[in-house]
Design a protein around this ligand. Structure first.
Ligand code: KG4
Ligand code: ZN
Length: 345
């Protein structure tokens, strides 16, 4: 199998998206997603048991549609990749079992991959640029970190992370308080478009001089959440769009302040922004403005590849094959709390 043209099928089931992507080398051929989000909406968050069952039901059709979109058949696939963690354990197990079954039946290598590394790997698709070294701002529903990516499949250093809520979690919580529904990120993004981001001065967590001593690249969003709740309680006639826009501005401002600071301090000139929150329109705009000013190269995946998808899993599988990394043992254990220091299982 030629590494430049290796055909990899990636399966993602860590949360509520059943997703399958197919790549040939770094070229994206198919990206099919079936989401159970509507089944969770009335609970205000993802219900693990519902997610697992939905993955089981959706898997065969999602795989079939991805193969058909890519115009390949299952026997053409050279290697399989699957999210092994972090994520909801029952949901992960549906993906890892499906992938193990396929790999065994077709006698092809299987790579259990880290979901966070996969979010960053999606940057490698449809382009020939060198992905690392880079500073990565990884912002999703469960994680917010600044990473020094020396080599995505073997050497990633965590420079900082959130000490309480993840950025996406903050969006989801504030959207609930503002009665904007679930998931909250896209809803706040939309609502904020008609609001004034400077209307309310919300706090920027861990940015005071004394915080920077121990938490230079760390985030905290719980104080912001309290500030928004207090503001709403004492301002009955608030404009919801202004609250959404000002909240969003506070999150985006601090994410970029710290990520760009890390890039400047490390001397690494590329900033990759990845994870679901990277789909945020204000984050994308402000990132472009500030990295241009700072003389940094900015890379953000297209919006549909920021939130969970199978293409990102296939992408890191393909990078692993290209680097000649050993496949995972077929019986590897999924790990719900796996850190980015273990990119391949
Ligand atoms: O990466 P992802 O799809 O799943 C996890 O790995 O967690 O990220 C989901 C998170 C959710 O918290 C969602 O509200 C947030 O990403 N998100 C956004 C936007 N789209 C999704 N946050 C802000 N603005 C958006 N446009
Ligand atoms: Zn994710």
């Amino acid at each position: 199998m030629k590494s430049s043209g290796v055909l990899v099928l990636g399966i993602e089931t860590s949360c509520d998206e059943t997703a399958v992507g197919i790549v040939r080398g770094r070229k994206l051929l198919a990206n099919v997603i079936s989401s159970s989000v509507d089944e969770h909406a009335r609970f205000g968050g993802v219900v693990p048991e519902i997610a697992s069952r939905a993955h089981l039901e959706a898997m065969p059709n999602v795989i079939a549609k991805a193969l058909s979109d890519a115009k390949v058949s299952l026997k053409d696939i050279d290697a399989f990749a699957v999210t092994a963690g972090p994520g909801l354990i029952g949901a992960l197990l549906v993906g890892t079992s499906s992938a193990a079954g396929l790999a065994l039946a077709l006698d092809k290598p299987l790579y259990g991959v880290n979901h966070l590394s996969a979010h960053i790997a999606v940057d490698s698709l449809n382009s020939i640029h060198k992905l690392d070294p880079a500073i990565a701002l990884l912002v999703s529903g469960g994680h917010s970190s600044i990473l020094q990516v020396n080599d995505l499949t073997s050497d990633v250093k965590t420079l900082g992370s959130t000490i309480d809520d993840a950025a996406g979690e903050a969006f989801d919580k504030i959207a609930r308080i503002l009665e904007l529904g679930f998931p909250g990120g896209p809803a706040i993004d939309r609502e904020a478009k008609s609001g004034n981001p400077d209307a309310i001065e919300f706090p920027r967590g861990l940015t005071l001089a004394r915080d920077l001593v121990d938490h230079k690249y760390d985030f905290s969003f719980s104080g912001l959440k309290t500030a928004v709740s207090r503001y709403l309680a004492k301002t009955p006639n608030h404009l919801r769009a202004d609250v959404a826009a000002s909240f969003q501005e506070a999150v985006v401002d601090v994410l970029l302040m710290k990520a760009i600071g890390a890039a400047k301090d490390s001397g690494i000139e590329t900033l990759i922004i990845a994870g679901g929150v990277a789909a945020n329109s204000r984050l994308r705009d402000l990132a472009s403005e500030r990295t241009t000013k700072a003389g940094l190269q900015l890379r953000i995946p297209p919006m549909d590849l920021c939130t969970d998808n199978g293409a990102m899993v296939a992408a890191i599988g393909s990078l692993a094959v290209a680097k000649g990394l050993k496949p995972s043992q077929i019986g590897f254990a999924a790990d719900s709390s796996s850190g980015i220091s273990k990119p391949i299982f």
